[in-house]
Design a protein around this ligand. Structure first.
Ligand code: ATP
Ligand code: MG
Length: 332
């Protein structure tokens, strides 16, 4: 079975609709026919402002959401990044083979550091892509499902793997970028030209899976569209309407062309109201499932302990090989 690996950061109290439709939904399908590793990258989460009082709870909560959304700890390996010291160790090593100019071209760093202010952006935010490369290469993953926003980091990961293999001999599998069928990119409801983001979207622009359904409905009602009236899928000229149709189609499993036909002659208000109903019907049972899982933190921690053991076997093996190739003196 091909190995697959992906992660989602504990940077908020809830995942958003983009995280589900662009990532987690595909992970659930992939666990059926892949050797799947899914993790919560808490080391990545500290590259931006974070609160030490909430990080652990958010990490557990992320695990609960993954399970509530359909990941099955019997079918895939779920773990927390900081439980595996190998991630930080390999990240350091990869940093030593990454060009400064190469790292400087990463657009996520440019975006996120511009938001924080250049003086406050950390070196960790700058080297984030090396940690992500370590996450992937440690597990010799064949496929890494990521959204469009992470494609450049994956390209860097492939370059690093090839560079290392060329210089030191075959060590890492070169992972394939993989946009799984049905993955959708979801835009911010208030600014449909940018992606919905846990850490960057304003409250009105983001639809959190665990928020109050009444607020969700309200956010759809006030979603930014355009001053035409036609309900038509045209992401370039009508990004707001296109985004609503994308969400609607993904959650209802109906084709966008079908929706366009259904809403012919109807107004944006009708579309928004029906879509809000569809989203609310989806999130309603989820809140309860997450709560149920959070009521038994010891069980979640047992899942994570098993995950760390399994992940550690694979990661440890890769890291030992890396040490040998680089020529470090083995510990006796
Ligand atoms: P942050 O703002 O903290 O970076 P995020 O919302 O970008 O949070 P991540 O934890 O970085 O979420 O990403 C988890 C997964 O969700 C990744 O595979 C990413 O590509 C995907 N993803 C994030 N935002 C969207 C979106 N708007 N549409 C589709 N997929 C998304
Ligand atoms: Mg992100």
């Amino acid at each position: 079975r091909p190995r697959v690996l992906s992660g989602i950061q504990p940077t908020a109290d809830s995942f958003h609709l983009g995280n589900y439709l662009g990532a987690v939904r595909q992970w659930v399908a992939l666990q059926e026919d892949h050797d799947a590793f899914y993790f919560v990258p808490d080391l990545h989460a500290i590259t931006v402002d974070h609160d030490p009082k909430t990080l652990a709870a958010r990490t557990r909560n992320a695990v609960a959401q993954l399970i509530a959304l359909g990941l099955d700890p019997e079918r895939c390996t779920i773990f927390v990044q900081s439980h595996l010291p190998q991630h930080s160790e390999l990240a350091w090593i990869l940093q030593c083979y990454t060009g400064f100019g190469e790292a400087s071209r990463m657009t996520q760093f440019k975006d996120k550091s511009a938001r924080q202010g250049a003086d406050r952006a950390s070196v960790g935010l700058f080297t984030y892509p090396d940690l992500m490369a370590a996450d992937i290469l440690l597990y010799q993953a064949h496929r890494v499902p990521v959204g469009e926003d992470q494609r450049q980091h994956l390209e860097l990961t492939r370059n690093l793997a090839q560079r290392f293999n060329q210089r030191f001999g075959q060590t890492f599998r070169v992972p394939e970028p993989f946009i799984p069928p049905g993955a959708a990119k979801i835009q911010d409801l208030q600014d449909p030209t940018v992606k919905m983001s846990k850490s960057a979207s304003a409250p009105g622009g983001i639809v959190e899976l665990l928020e109050d359904p009444k607020r969700i409905a309200k956010k759809f009602r006030s979603a930014v569209t355009d001053n035409e009236r036609e309900i038509r899928y045209d992401p370039e000229h009508k990004p707001g309407v296109a985004n609503l149709l994308t969400i609607y189609s993904a959650l209802s499993d109906r084709k966008i062309t079908e929706l366009e036909a259904d809403y012919e002659g109807k107004g944006y208000g009708d579309l928004k109201k029906d879509l809000a109903d569809v989203v609310v019907a989806f999130v309603e049972p989820l809140r309860e499932r997450v709560q149920g899982l959070m009521d038994d933190p010891a069980e979640l921690d047992r899942v994570l302990a098993r995950g760390a053991t399994r992940a550690g076997e694979v990661a440890g093996e890769t890291l030992a090989l890396v040490h040998e190739k680089i020529g470090f003196l083995p510990k006796s």
